[in-house]
Design a protein around this ligand. Structure first.
Ligand code: B12
Length: 482
């Protein structure tokens, strides 16, 4: 059966680090690989590169199923628009949406243009759906779906167990290889996305991952990860929600990679500060595996009280110590702090002091946002009703901040001005350019120009005031910094 898998353009990368990171649709590649193993014929269209060619792809591949990925809630409007377009072009295709945000919060996708939403991992569910449709069986026999029926939307039974990651050992990267040079992270291009483990056992209130996976943590076997890492190129973003979570396995993996001779130009992993503090030997074992090695920490707050408020189950002393350990071994330290719309001025000053004192200028800042799929979202649902999805990018506020929007955004923009990204600040445009090859200068200039809007309160305020504008009419991404 022909299956077309679509990665829509998110439609909102005006703020945040989105423009710095454009990575391959790894989830779709795993789903495609699983479909192939059952004899189906998948294709992937990454609409971030060729969205305008949707109709010709559909006419050419004549898919019986069209799968659309919805990784972030902020993409819902684009996902709905894509489904509408597919329905128009191919009224008889079965349209199914999957991906993290869809699984965590399927409700907004339950519309007439969508036939089903996959509420668990796709490796198991989509092949089961393709098998059912090929055999003329009802999709209601397929597990882990929200399904449109003449009687309304129903849930099919859940999967009997969490999908083992080794079920699909290798993603179908060949289906997106034509875009490889378009996948990049910061200055590393092309970039590969690799998954070694999935899920997180912690319970931070702002995160929808553990809530979807019930705090489970699944690992790929060491052999599969080594094969995958050996097969990809030189610059790798590790997609794991929590790297180094299982120390013994992480040590074994480092050893196996060394033995196989797998070394990279650049690696980026995401982890927790307390894990690093408890296991410096892991950092020692991993450091030789890449020339440049960046760690992205969930720093979240400059105070223990702030960390407790989001149930981080860690202390700021860990942030300071983890940064020191990592830097002492030559890792690049980056991360993210949360800024709460409920803050008073003092909390901004506290954050600025912490960042300056401990050298966290490479970190970013996001606004504490109740993401669909979290308990926080459920609790606040009544006051969130009617907010457009593009605002769930963690750079908008969904209600009036305590300081008022104007003052809040002045301080938020000032927070970003203290980061390394401010070209009028600590690191000038010239200094950025010195770090790159001449051919990279136009790209880096474009990215930096775009990033400067995060330091302009007016840029945020304009969108805050336009909150009732439908998502698809919001200003174009390509808008220059003003
Ligand atoms: C890589 C990544 C990114 C990358 C690239 C994303 C991209 N544009 O392609 C970057 C760094 C740019 C990014 C940015 C952001 N991200 Co992000 N990201 C991830 C991350 C870490 C990994 C995703 C991944 O590839 N996983 C590996 C693959 C194998 O798994 P998968 O994609 O889930 O796919 C499986 C299933 O979902 C399913 N599936 C997937 N697609 C489909 C399609 C169909 C049809 C079917 C049936 C099934 C299916 O099957 C797959 C195999 O099982 C996730 C964490 C996570 N666990 O999802 C966060 C995550 C998705 N991101 C998140 C957030 C909040 C953001 C930001 C807003 C953060 C910020 N600080 O600004 C920005 C938004 C950027 C923007 N404006 O678009 C949240 C989303 C929360 C939500 N409910 O919306 C997550 C869950 C992280 C978290 N802990 O909260 N992100």
């Amino acid at each position: 059966m022909n299956v077309l898998l679509l990665r829509p353009d998110p439609g909102n990368e005006r703020f945040g680090l989105g423009p710095f990171f454009r990575v391959e649709p790894l989830g779709l590649e795993y789903v495609a690989s699983a479909l192939r193993s059952r004899g189906h014929e998948p294709a992937i269209l990454d609409m971030r590169f060729c969205g305008g060619r949707l109709a010709s792809w559909i006419h050419r591949s004549r898919p019986r199923i069209v799968g659309i990925s919805a990784m972030h809630a902020l993409e819902f409007d684009r996902v709905l628009a894509t489904a509408r377009e597919v329905r128009r072009i191919s009224p008889h295709a079965f349209i199914v949406v999957g991906g993290h945000a869809a699984a965590a919060y399927p409700g907004p996708l339950e519309t007439g243009d969508i036939d089903a939403v996959c509420v668990d991992d796709g490796e198991e569910v989509l092949p089961a759906l393709a098998d059912a449709l090929a055999a003329g069986r009802s999709p209601s026999t397929v597990p882990a779906l929200r399904l449109a029926t003449p009687e309304g939307w129903i849930s099919t039974p859940p999967l009997s167990d969490r999908t083992a990651l080794d079920r699909v050992p290798v993603p179908a990267r060949d289906l997106v290889e034509r875009h490889r040079n378009g996948y990049h992270c910061l200055l590393f291009k092309p970039v590969w996305l690799v998954e070694t483990a999935r899920g997180c056992p912690f319970r931070c209130t702002f995160c929808s991952v553990w809530q979807l996976y019930d705090r489970s943590f699944r690992e790929r076997s060491i052999g599969a990860v080594v094969d995958d890492l050996a097969s990809v190129g030189d610059s790798v973003f590790i997609a794991d929600d929590l790297f180094w979570n299982h120390p013994a396995r992480s040590l074994d993996l480092a050893k196996a990679l060394r033995k196989r001779g797998v070394f990279k130009r650049w690696l980026l992993v995401q982890t927790r500060t307390d894990i690093v503090c408890r296991n410096p030997e892991l950092l020692e074992a991993w450091r030789p595996l890449a020339k440049d090695f960046d760690i992205f920490f969930g720093l979240e707050s400059a105070s223990d009280e702030g960390l407790a408020n989001v149930v981080k189950d860690a202390r700021v002393s860990s942030s300071v110590q983890a940064a020191a350990i990592s830097r002492s071994m030559g890792y690049g330290v980056t991360g993210n702090f949360l800024v709460d719309p409920d803050w008073r001025e003092e909390q901004f000053y506290e954050l600025w002091d912490f960042v300056a004192k401990h050298g966290f200028q490479r970190a970013g800042y996001t606004i504490l946002t109740p993401l669909p799929g979290t308990e926080l979202f459920q609790k606040l649902a009544p006051i969130l009703a009617g907010q457009p999805w593009y605002k769930y990018d963690m750079h908008h506020v969904l209600w009036e901040p305590r300081l008022g929007a104007k003052r809040f955004f002045e301080l938020y923009a000032e927070t970003w001005r203290r980061s390394i990204l401010n070209t009028s600040g600590e690191k000038t445009w010239i200094e950025w350019m010195r770090q790159v090859r001449p051919a990279q200068i136009p790209y880096l200039t474009r990215v930096l120009l775009r990033t400067q809007r995060m330091m302009k309160p007016q840029a945020y305020l304009r969108e805050h005031e336009a909150s009732l504008v439908p998502a698809l009419e919001i200003p174009n991404d390509a808008e220059p910094a003003s």
